[in-house]
Design a protein around this ligand. Structure first.
Ligand code: THU
Length: 143
């Protein structure tokens, strides 16, 4: 797959910030947005959605992933993630939790590009293979 252009990275980060505005976070007050790029160039966004019973809480990354998969998408090339406490600037990058890494691995595999952004200009670009080395995926069951 062709490398992501700076413009694509910028757009994904913008969309992740836009999605974060819908985060439902009355308990942690930590708001996350994600923008997931398909190999065909479509973008699905997600935010975290918390719950009074806590464990049903879903992260922004899985919201975006499940929206996309439920609409027939299975091939992804990149995801941008932004997170911070309500009303604050992004002081740190927000890295996907272990459950989200595993969920993304199912469809993205190790080559999925992961953009962890504080702003449009300040981001770290890595891959899911770096974040989840030796990941367990569909290939393990098909051998
Ligand atoms: N969260 C995400 O949405 N994505 C991450 O990558 C890390 C954590 C959410 C879950 C919860 O609503 C809040 O952030 C605090 O953990």
């Amino acid at each position: 797959m062709a490398a992501l252009t700076d413009q694509t990275v910028r757009e994904l980060i913008q969309k992740a910030f836009a999605a974060r505005r819908f985060a439902y976070t009355p308990y942690s007050h930590f708001q996350v947005g994600a923008a997931l790029l398909t190999q065909d160039g479509r973008v699905y966004t997600g935010c975290n959605i918390e719950n009074a019973s806590y464990t049903p809480t879903v992260c922004a990354e899985r919201t975006a992933l499940f929206k996309a998969v439920s609409e027939g998408e299975r091939r992804f090339s990149a995801i941008a993630i932004v997170g911070s406490r309500e009303g604050e600037r992004n002081r740190l990058i927000t890295s996907p939790c272990g459950v989200c890494r595993q969920a993304l691995f199912e469809f993205g595999g190790p080559d999925l590009v992961v953009i962890l952004a504080k702003s449009e200009e300040d981001y770290l670009q890595t891959t899911l293979g770096e974040l989840l080395p030796y990941g367990f995926g569909p290939a393990n069951l098909n051998d």
